[in-house]
Design a protein around this ligand. Structure first.
Ligand code: NAG
Ligand code: NAG
Ligand code: NAG
Ligand code: NAG
Ligand code: NAG
Ligand code: NAG
Ligand code: NAG
Ligand code: NAG
Ligand code: NAG
Ligand code: NAG
Length: 479
């Protein structure tokens, strides 16, 4: 069902793009029962001037573009379901605060009963938006088509005092939405990363205590049937994307970039979210490429290129003795380069719940510090005590993982909890070579059960056979 939704949405957008690029002189027709109903207010909704380049051929503007051309209403065409933010008063000169206009465009599109409503952010303009919650549910399907640039206010000093410092663009309770376009979303994170509370940014390279909230660029909260496609998202003050409490998410062909040393700039974080597809995307940043938190299942990650960064992570899970459940996760056909980790599962001491049914397959590693790692002793302060409970890790498959590792760390590291061992880890077709020299580091295992099906490079002799005697089903929380 979701596929048909995305298909029909894609088809509609394809049609719309075609329509824009051939600058048709006809009205935009959609087969829809509410079409006539919409016409009574059609002057509010118009196409961009025909002099604009077609969105499909436009390049991404990096600089604040020239201001809007004189509004030429003659050349505007009426079209139901297309909401150009400029017709709501947005200026897009990279200076003006366009928050109110863009909110108005959202509210109007959200109330429209057409099957498809496109909020259009035109190429060649940069719109500054403050922290905003775009709330649904909306009456019809919604597309936020960003061909221009959406930007944050520039850094903490410019952030309005009464705005949330934890999030910037939030989509809340939206069912059926696509965020797409050839444009970019710019978090302008530098001044946030330089706050004295950030690692090594205090006086003389210290880190000062105190609140350090920095906004997540794009957050989808309690929403469903979402698609994010084609955009460039850069320099978020904190995570670039966070999906929490969402269902049916399809991320496709996006580029995320932030400097390798930018703190906490995870590419895509998901939590309590299921039915997720992340395909054909390129992410380089200063933290996890993709991070999968508690409550996620049915996640498929395919053909992504990560790095520099911290690799793909499941976790951290079980913090503050919490219960975490993660299952049915696949990461395949991907590349991880110059990263602190490759594929990682990390849990804190004292948690409960389980991580199970995870497959990492066909992954190329290029100069990665810990290409394959399970760390059940995850701890930020180095002062965490060992506990008797842990998130149970089982049924993890690693297959066809090849490439090079940074010799300062073992290529495979399975550090499982003392009380709750990891079980049924399966390795096959592993070939990890040192990126420099020929010193081969031995794999590390601690309380890890499983088997290495074929000869791996380096060979893994440290996995324990069979099923551990010590655990009974009572100790394990299967979720
Ligand atoms: C997602 O869209 C499909 C098809 O349009 C619909 O049947 C389904 O109920 C939607 N999912 C949710 C959670 O609303
Ligand atoms: C169109 O007119 C009807 C009846 O006057 C009204 O209920 C509806 O809200 C209008 N629609 C728009 C989009 O203005
Ligand atoms: C657009 O709609 C307005 C108001 O309904 C109408 O006066 C105008 O002629 C229309 N323009 C075009 C190009 O169709
Ligand atoms: C037409 O749309 C505008 C913009 O949202 C709205 O303020 C106005 O009330 C609508 N007019 C009618 C007649 O519905
Ligand atoms: C913040 O303050 C401004 C100016 O006082 C006000 O217009 C705006 O609505 C406030 N925003 C929030 C989210 O409270
Ligand atoms: C920073 O280091 C310099 C030179 O060591 C020292 O004089 C200065 O007091 C230090 N500043 C702070 C805030 O610690
Ligand atoms: C993989 O993703 C890249 C980057 O988006 C894309 O260029 C390439 O065509 C994709 N490969 C396949 C097989 O889809
Ligand atoms: C696992 O997730 C995939 C989607 O990524 C789904 O197609 C499949 O049915 C799920 N498997 C189970 C056993 O739920
Ligand atoms: C926790 O347990 C691990 C494995 O037994 C051990 O290496 C580590 O030193 C322990 N940590 C503490 C703080 O006791
Ligand atoms: C081990 O894990 C694999 C992959 O998740 C699964 O298919 C298999 O049933 C598991 N074996 C046992 C004995 O649980």
């Amino acid at each position: 069902m979701r596929h048909s939704f995305i298909l029909s949405l894609s088809f509609s957008i394809y049609f719309l793009t075609l329509f824009l690029s051939i600058e048709a002189r006809h009205h935009f027709h959609t087969k829809h029962k509410h079409y006539s109903h919409f016409h009574n207010n059609s002057s509010e909704f118009s196409l961009p001037p025909s002099s604009l380049p077609s969105p499909s051929s436009s390049s991404v503007p990096e600089e604040a573009p020239s201001p809007a051309p004189a509004s030429d209403h003659e050349s505007y065409k009426n079209a139901s379901g297309l909401f150009d933010v400029r017709t709501f008063g947005a200026i897009g000169d990279g200076i003006t605060d366009d928050t109110e206009s863009i909110k108005m465009a959202w509210d109007t599109a959200c109330q429209s009963e057409l099957a498809l409503n496109v909020i259009f952010v035109p190429h060649g303009f940069s719109f500054i938006v403050q922290s905003t919650i775009f709330t649904g549910p909306c009456k019809g399907g919604l597309v936020l088509k960003v061909d221009g640039t959406l930007m944050t206010p520039d850094g903490p000093e410019s952030w309005p005092k009464n705005n949330s410092r934890r999030q910037w663009l939030v989509f809340y309770r939206v069912n059926g939405m696509s965020l797409e376009g050839s444009g970019s979303i710019d978090g302008r994170g530098q001044k946030w990363w330089d706050l004295p509370c950030k690692p090594h940014k205090g006086p003389n390279g210290t880190t000062l205590p105190g609140p350090c909230d920095s906004p997540i660029a794009i957050r989808f909260f309690m929403s469903s049937n979402l698609s994010v496609q084609g955009l460039r998202i850069k320099n978020s003050p904190q995570f670039h994307f966070r999906f929490d409490g969402c269902q049916s998410v399809h991320v496709e062909s996006i580029f995320i970039t932030a400097p390798a040393l930018s703190p906490n700039t995870d590419g895509i974080h998901i939590e309590n979210t299921n039915d997720v597809k992340i395909y054909n995307s390129i992410i380089s940043n200063g933290d996890d490429c993709v991070s999968i938190g508690s409550g996620c299942y049915d996640v498929d990650i395919k053909n992504i290129t990560c790095g520099p960064g911290h690799g793909i992570s499941i976790g951290s899970l079980g913090n503050h003795n919490s219960r975490a459940c993660v299952s049915n996760i696949t990461v395949r056909d991907s590349v991880i380069k110059v990263s602190d980790n490759g594929v990682r599962i990390k849990t804190w001491q004292g948690g409960s719940g389980s991580v199970s049914g995870v497959t990492f397959s066909n992954i190329h590693m290029d100069n990665v510090k810990n290409p394959i790692i399970i760390d059940q002793f995850y701890c930020l302060s180095k002062e965490c005590s060992n506990k008797t409970s842990a998130v149970f890790v089982s049924d993890i498959v690693y297959t066809n993982i090849k490439g090079t590792y940074d010799i300062r760390h073992p290529p495979m590291h399975f550090a499982c909890s003392d009380s709750v061992p990891c079980t049924n880890l399966t390795l096959s077709d592993i070939e990890l070579l040192p990126s420099q020299g020929d010193i081969v580091n031995d794999p590390f295992c601690w309380n890890a059960y499983g088997n290495s099906e074929a000869l791996t490079i380096p060979p893994v002799f440290c996995l324990l056979d069979g099923i551990p005697q010590s655990i009974s089903d009572n100790d394990i929380d299967h979720c």
